[in-house]
Design a protein around this ligand. Structure first.
Ligand code: AMP
Length: 416
């Protein structure tokens, strides 16, 4: 029997895994730059958490959750997104009882039973942040700037930030009244009408032409913003202007998760085809209370690491490995191998990244291994080198050689 990975999962092996790690580390550094602290959370939670948190009518909850009964008869779901789990942890452990905002970041695998295609997987990776407890526009701008900093640090250019406001409760209520009237006059099937009764905003996201064409005339939330929401949003955009972060307003932006209110945004990459959203997020005013916590506001983002890697590749960015090998040692003959293994072990103890040729390879094969390893330097140890203690280190990129004694290799590597 030949095993294959389950359909539609993303996995990263040598060749691309270095780039993936680089993407994750760069976004991590952006989160750390603004004081976010790590929350390492379970990959499965009580199903009800997501049903209530993400929204009963969303595609994610109705069609895409990996839900199963565990051995104790509990309904468990593999996390389809990160925010609900973070909220659960904040409420359960009372993290919101201290200084606000609570600022957390997380990363890991997420699961949605979607139809797999380029950039859309059933297991994928996100890195996200959440700032919980205060409703300052400065925090909205910070969260957006963190994501943008991560993308810019990677060197990405061909993306745009789309932003809008979904308003506060009074704005949404005013909009809802008119939208309900509008929808009542639409030509819809019963299932869609039922969906609209729970969350009419979902219809803005409907991909069917019959619905899309009718919805193009629907009243937009942005025209119903309360004065407070307008002020909040214009301060967010002014802050982004002052940071030099470009954005476009997209008043029909609807995200796939129901909890968003107020500032809402998405990063879209221009070279990714259909699956072009590389990340997004927004404010969620009622979420924490809905999950049984205090009535606190929050804002966060979830960036899709798989798609960001695809975006880097599409832009031809070089994703260097800062933790690559410093040295590859080629040993010829049994005695030389013994000496080389000792040398390699001691250089590793000194903090260098070092590998060596194993088995009984001839020089040519071993040189190939050195090339493939991506090491910065290589050196050959044979009988002569063991006797004399003299070696020659080769710089792989230039081919330049440096002669020295074995005992000074660490100093030499340190000087680079
Ligand atoms: P969402 O939680 O739906 O807002 O998703 C946030 C980001 O995660 C998206 O912008 C995508 O980059 C990424 N993402 C969501 N679903 C998938 C998926 N099925 N496969 C790959 N990436 C995904």
């Amino acid at each position: 029997m030949k095993f294959q990975a389950p359909k539609g999962v993303s996995e990263y092996l040598p060749g691309r895994s270095v780039g993936f790690d680089h993407v994750r580390n760069t976004l991590t550094a952006a989160a750390l730059s603004a004081g976010y602290q790590l929350a390492e959370l379970p990959v499965f939670e009580d199903t009800e958490l997501f049903a209530r948190g993400v929204g009963e009518t969303t595609d994610v909850v109705t069609k895409e959750m990996y839900t199963f009964e565990d051995r104790g008869g509990r309904s468990i779901t593999l996390r389809p997104e990160g925010t609900a789990g973070v909220m659960r942890a904040v409420i359960e452990h009372g993290l919101d009882r201290g200084q606000l905002p609570v600022k957390l970041w997380y990363t890991g695998a997420f699961f949605r039973a979607e139809r797999p295609q380029a950039g859309r997987y059933r297991q994928f990776y996100q890195l996200g942040v959440e700032a919980i407890g205060l409703n300052d526009p400065e925090i909205d701008a910070e969260v957006i700037a963190v994501a943008d900093r991560g993308l810019k640090t990677l060197g990405l250019k061909d993306y745009r930030l789309e932003i809008t406001s979904l308003g506060d409760a009074p704005s949404r209520l005013a909009h809802r009244v008119d939208l309900d009237v509008f929808i009542s006059k639409m030509d819809l099937d019963d299932a869609t009408r039922a969906k609209a009764a729970v969350n009419p905003l979902r219809l803005f996201d409907d991909k069917r032409e019959v619905v899309k064409s009718q919805m193009s005339q629907a009243p937009l939330l942005i025209d119903y913003l309360s004065e407070e929401s307008q002020l909040h949003f214009s301060r967010v955009t002014s802050l982004l202007d002052s940071y030099g972060i470009e954005y476009v307003r997209n008043t029909s932006l609807v995200r796939g998760l129901d909890y968003y209110t107020g500032t809402t945004f998405e990063f879209v990459h221009e070279k990714l085809g259909a699956q072009s959203a590389i990340g997004g997020g927004g404010r969620y005013d009622g979420l924490m209370r809905q999950l049984g916590g205090a009535d606190l506001s929050g804002i966060g983002f979830g960036m899709g690491l798989d798609r960001i890697l695809l975006a880097c590749e599409a832009e031809g960015l070089e994703l260097l490995d800062p933790d690559g090998l410093d040295l590859f040692v080629i040993a010829l003959g049994s005695e030389a191998k013994f000496v080389a293994a000792g040398l390699v072990n001691s250089l590793r103890n000194d903090g260098f990244n070092v590998d060596m040729s194993y088995g009984d390879r001839a020089l040519k094969g071993a040189m190939k291994a050195a090339d493939k390893s991506g090491a910065r330097f290589s050196l050959v140890v044979g009988e002569d080198e063991v006797t004399s203690g003299q070696i020659s280190i080769k710089e792989m990129e230039t081919g330049e050689s440096h002669a020295m004694t074995i005992s000074t290799i660490a100093d030499f590597l340190d000087s680079f």
